[in-house]
Design a protein around this ligand. Structure first.
Ligand code: GLU
Length: 460
């Protein structure tokens, strides 16, 4: 059953400085499970419908209040900006950037910015909604948002990338802010990009506010106010959840075999941290290709190779594997840490694993989920598994507000405690309700949001 569509009060995005289209929710788009203009012509754009399937399943199981269902079934604000950037050759190129703010009932909007040719409104809507659920499950006081620019950053020079980033931040204007909407790194963005956004934001607000804005972004370089432990945080969180799973199944992490799809920040950190615990990395795939070695791959060595050669393809201490061979590699744990929709009805049949730990956002579509369940493959869902990144973003934000610097040991200890508690809640809810773990995770998130809406009521 899809949510009933009702027009929501329109909330205008704040004071945009750049020309662009601001799309308040409630008109054509932003409702989960509802095709919006563009879906039919663009088959890729099914991600937000995937969110709708997941959301409706959980809402049915828990009998979510119909009013809250209507509210959470729509995004709050959708900001689209088209902006010009001067290129190295002297010409101007136009770029399209997005920021979707799904919900802020639990706190300021929070979520990453990605630079990728596939970024579009549908994808960003889905990713924003997943951030709402993720923050709610982790018990941190943030809502959900996501954004990005539709382009391939690999095709631009460092200086062009800086101008594109700064111009995007300027175009977003006061639609982001340290107590309003706080971006962070995501696919193809990093601490350097966050530093440029911080600097642009701080340079364009009134001078008396400039020193008070450091928490407008998280995932900054440590010297610019970032937190130690943020860079590895998503991978560290993935590893902590896998450790909980091994503990529950009385399996030793040492000796566990695993494969990783994607060797960016999340994939490479997860591989390195798991290997440090004695697990064996057997196969890795990234955009350039796949590599496999039954005797184990040293992730530090592979990372050095990938940095020089632009990817894992042609790594000499392993055999080349194509995508299907990679997916069919028998391992204990498969960690998708790249893009969405990788585990489908078809590819879920190929996996020969006991556990899928979702380092990426949305790597499994609803048909893939059904096959994994039928085959008895365990799954730690994205909105739990990869929450380590936003959890440590919260710690960075807190440190900035309090002018503090925490030690790595303190950041890790707090992350471990929080993600372990969230894992326990999802596991216990799944057992109690007799549902799959993704649905259980949604039920926890939706219950928390339902309570807040009931307590606060709807203005006016
Ligand atoms: N982009 C990360 C995610 O998808 C981190 C978001 C954040 O730290 O705000 O969870």
């Amino acid at each position: 059953m899809l949510p009933v569509i009702e027009r929501q009060p329109e909330v205008a995005p704040r004071n945009k400085k750049e020309g662009g289209t601001a799309v308040p929710s409630g008109n054509n788009g932003g409702h989960v499970g509802q095709p919006h203009s563009g879906v039919a012509e663009r088959p890729k754009s099914s991600l937000y419908q995937n969110v709708g399937v997941q959301f409706n399943r959980a809402a049915d199981v828990m009998n979510l209040d119909p009013d809250v269902r209507r509210i959470l079934g729509a995004t709050k604000n959708e900001i689209v900006v088209n902006f010009p950037v001067k290129m190295a050759n002297g010409h101007v190129e136009m770029f399209t950037g997005y920021r979707v703010q799904h919900n802020d009932a639990l706190g300021p909007f929070k979520g990453g910015l990605r630079f990728h040719p596939d970024v579009d409104l549908d994808e960003v809507r889905a990713l924003a909604a997943w951030m709402t659920w993720k923050c709610a499950i982790a018990g941190i006081p943030f809502g959900g948002a996501k954004g990005g620019i539709q382009f391939d950053p690999a095709k631009y020079s460092e200086a062009e990338l800086e101008r594109i980033t700064r111009r995007f931040a300027f175009a977003l204007g006061e639609n982001i802010g340290p107590e309003y909407d706080i971006p962070a790194p995501d696919v193809n963005t990093n601490a350097q990009i966050m530093a440029w956004i911080l600097d642009t934001y701080a340079s364009t607000v009134p001078s008396h506010e400039r020193q008070r804005n450091i928490h407008v972004v998280t995932g900054k370089p440590v010297e610019a106010g970032g937190s130690v432990g943020r860079d590895k945080a998503t991978g560290q969180g993935v590893v902590f959840t896998i450790q909980e799973w091994t503990h529950d199944h009385k399996i030793d992490v040492a000796g566990l075999t695993f494969s990783v799809q994607g060797f960016g920040n999340v994939g490479s950190w997860t591989a390195r941290l798991l290997t440090q615990l004695g697990a064996k990395l057997v196969a890795v795939e990234d955009v350039t290709g796949g590599v496999r070695n039954e005797n184990g791959i040293d992730p530090d060595d592979l990372l050095r190779f990938a940095r020089v050669h632009g990817g894992v393809m042609k790594y000499p201490r392993g055999d080349f594997v194509d995508h299907i061979m990679f997916m069919k590699t028998p391992v204990d744990v498969f960690i998708p840490a790249a893009m969405e929709n990788q585990i489908t009805a078809e590819s879920a049949q190929w996996l020969q694993v006991r556990l899928v730990a979702e380092g990426a956002n949305g790597p499994t579509n609803p048909e893939g989920d059904a096959v994994l369940q039928r085959r008895g493959i365990d799954l730690i869902p994205d909105i739990l598994c990869n929450a380590g990144g936003v959890i440590v973003s919260y710690y960075e934000w807190l440190q900035n507000k309090r002018s503090e610097f925490w030690e790595l040991e303190e950041v890790d200890r707090k992350l471990h405690k929080r993600i372990k508690a969230a894992y326990g809640r999802v596991r216990d809810t799944a057992a109690e309700l007799g549902v799959d773990w993704r649905t259980a995770a949604y039920v926890i998130a939706l219950s928390r949001l339902e309570t807040v809406y009931k307590e606060r009521g709807i203005f006016p």
